[in-house]
Ligand binder design. Structure first.
Ligand code: ATP
Ligand code: MG
Length: 578
């Protein structure tokens, strides 16, 4: 599904690193030797319940980037406490994506490796009178919990003896009780203004097979019980996460203090949000399972595997994330900003090629039949080291349908009857006559060329106002081109009318863009593209940035449009129309 052999782009130390409050904290801890001579330790803690998205790229760049900068280390830790939603497929994909982004973890860890330790600590908390087995149902626990304005109520089981709690907890572990019949809870404070401290659940009974521990366990720790202690076990010094975990921090601290273990400290930062898309693994999974996209790595998805397949580069993503910055308030970033960084990067690195998406046949009547010549073309004007290539030219060519108008509107400078234009790197041509089919549609434009204009300039200094790309008809290879547009129609996909109470008639997916994928099935490409390999990126001159899709076969290439070039003509037309 994903590229089997993704490139990995190492992060260079010269990448721009604007300052932020997290860096300031770490810098000061390093300077003050808050953790002695031990190096800074961070971790990236994904739950393996979906593929990583561009929001995760921000967390990854902070966790790995800041540790690297201060000579520290970063663990990749899978927070795999939820056997029902987690899968090996996700564990593998997440590792592939992090490597692709250009980062290396120090240790590969799994919260599930800590299950025995977490269990022992739970027993300690029971012994110390800090945890109890509760027989209330999930529903009752919710009712007893209270609200933001009302305190909760103590469970009738809260004052069980240590002996009874120990006995019941051991029997929970041994599988004596059915799912949902009992839980282990921390005994903190049912009146705490912080709901996370109202005797949170630590363990639940779940007779489920775990992707790593199999059937070893039928009780599983809650994320909130596992997370802080996992950090502590790994001696994480700076545990960075998004703002929604800020209210959980006091709980993580409570566990660490009661257990007297390494005091990892948590720091929260803002989530990355982007316009015209949505960053929630749960909703992205829904797009996949409801087949609204083709897969997790569908190039329309904001997943790292999706945008990789679309042709985005790790360098551009890192530059974008760095520039979007870090703060303590959630905001939303224009997707155009990400696209800007991507265009900038591709402009420097991608080889140019000529491709005609909507072909129109051009016949050059005064060009000798059967003759073929090769014009020398620069691979990348931004990078002379990229060299040149030979592109065949002959009597019959394809140009874009849009580059010809029988009746040109004002300020249309491309080909039209009697008008002379330049074929890029080749010759000047002038349209002389048209050939149409019976139904009146245009089939061929006949032209003459000026043999003295080879290379694209006429010796008499004659000027033309337009330069067009072209492909020699008999040398062209046919390809499928997938043109992608925004996934959602609105900048905020969650902007939809509310249905009547209890009858939600609208949802997020009402805002999906029905035209987010357009397939062009018979584009004509210059023959050098026959040797392109999946993942290779090109700028098709005047059309946009493209990347070869792994769906390509020996005989048929499939290209994804990463991004269009900025289209000034479309703007002019739009202005004229409005
Ligand atoms: P989602 O809400 O998409 O399901 P999550 O937060 O549940 O994501 P985790 O696997 O728990 O996903 O995330 C791993 C790390 O990535 C966490 O530290 C989390 O704070 C961070 N993270 C997740 N989404 C974003 C985002 N949009 N921007 C920045 N960091 C994020
Ligand atoms: Mg999560």
């Amino acid at each position: 599904m994903t590229n089997s052999n993704p490139e990995s782009a190492e992060v260079s130390t010269s990448e721009s690193r604007p300052s932020n409050f997290l860096r300031d904290i770490i810098a000061s801890d390093v300077q003050n030797k808050t953790y002695g001579d031990a190096p800074i330790q961070t971790r990236f803690p994904p739950e393996p319940n979906g593929y990583l998205h561009i929001g995760h790229a921000k967390a990854i760049c902070l966790d790995f980037g800041l540790a690297d900068e201060f000579g520290g280390k970063t663990n990749l830790r899978f927070d795999d406490t939820n056997p029902e939603k987690e899968e090996q497929e996700y564990v593998d994909a997440i590792q592939e994506d992090i490597r692709w982004l250009g980062f290396k973890w120090e240790r590969l860890c799994f919260a599930s490796d800590y299950f025995p330790q977490l269990y022992e600590w739970a027993v300690k908390l029971i012994r110390d009178g800090n945890a109890y087995v509760d027989d209330l149902s999930a529903e009752e626990i919710r009712e007893y919990r209270g609200t933001l304005t009302e305190p909760g109520k103590n469970s009738p089981y809260r004052d069980r003896s240590v002996e009874e709690n120990l006995d019941l907890f051991v029997r929970m572990k041994q599988g004596e009780f059915p799912d949902g019949s009992r839980v282990l809870r921390a005994k903190i404070d049912m009146a705490s203004p912080n709901l996370n401290l109202r005797d949170p659940v630590m363990y639940r009974i779940l007779h489920a097979t775990h992707h790593r521990t199999g059937d070893d366990w039928c009780i599983y720790p809650m994320y909130d019980y596992a997370h802080g202690q996992s950090d502590s076990i790994e001696h994480v010094t700076h545990s960075m996460c998004t703002l929604e975990f800020a209210d959980h921090q006091p709980l993580y601290r409570w566990y660490i203090e009661q257990l007297g273990i390494f005091p990892s400290h948590q720091y929260e930062f803002d989530r990355l949000n982007l316009t015209y898309t949505m960053l929630s693994k749960r909703k992205l999974l829904q797009l996949v399972t409801e087949k609204r996209v083709n897969a997790w790595d569908d190039p329309r998805m904001p997943t790292l595997s999706g945008i990789r397949r679309r042709g985005f580069t790790p360098e551009a993503i890192r530059a974008f994330v760095a520039s979007a910055g870090v703060s303590r308030t959630n905001g939303i970033v224009d997707i155009e900003m990400l696209e800007h960084f991507q265009r900038d990067d591709l402009n420097h690195r991608s080889a140019r090629a000529m491709a005609v998406l909507h072909p129109l046949k051009v016949v050059i009547d005064n060009y000798p039949e059967g003759q073929v010549e090769h014009v020398d073309v620069q691979n990348n004007p931004e990078d002379p080291a990229a060299g040149t290539r030979q592109v065949p030219f002959s009597r019959e060519l394809y140009i874009e349908q849009d580059d010809f108008r029988e009746v040109p509107p004002p300020r249309y400078y491309r080909l039209s009857p009697g008008k002379e234009v330049r074929l890029r790197n080749a010759y000047f041509i002038t349209a002389t006559s048209l050939q149409k089919s019976r139904d009146g549609s245009l089939t061929e434009v006949h032209c003459t060329y000026d043999p003295l204009s080879r290379g694209g300039n006429s010796p008499d200094g004659r000027k033309v106002k337009s330069t067009m790309h072209w492909v020699s008809a008999k040398h062209a290879i046919e390809a499928e081109i997938r043109l992608y547009d925004k996934l959602f129609l609105k900048p905020d996909p969650y902007d939809f009318p509310e249905g009547p109470e209890g009858h939600p008639s609208h949802d997020l997916f009402d805002n999906l863009n029905p035209n987010s994928l357009e397939i062009v099935s018979n584009a004509k490409l210059e023959p050098s593209l026959a040797s392109a390999k999946p993942g290779d990126r090109f700028q098709f001159e005047r059309v946009g940035y493209f990347c070869l899709d792994p769906d390509s076969s020996q005989t048929r290439k499939v290209f994804n449009r990463t991004l269009p070039l900025k289209d000034t003509w479309a703007k002019i037309e739009k202005k004229a129309g409005s």
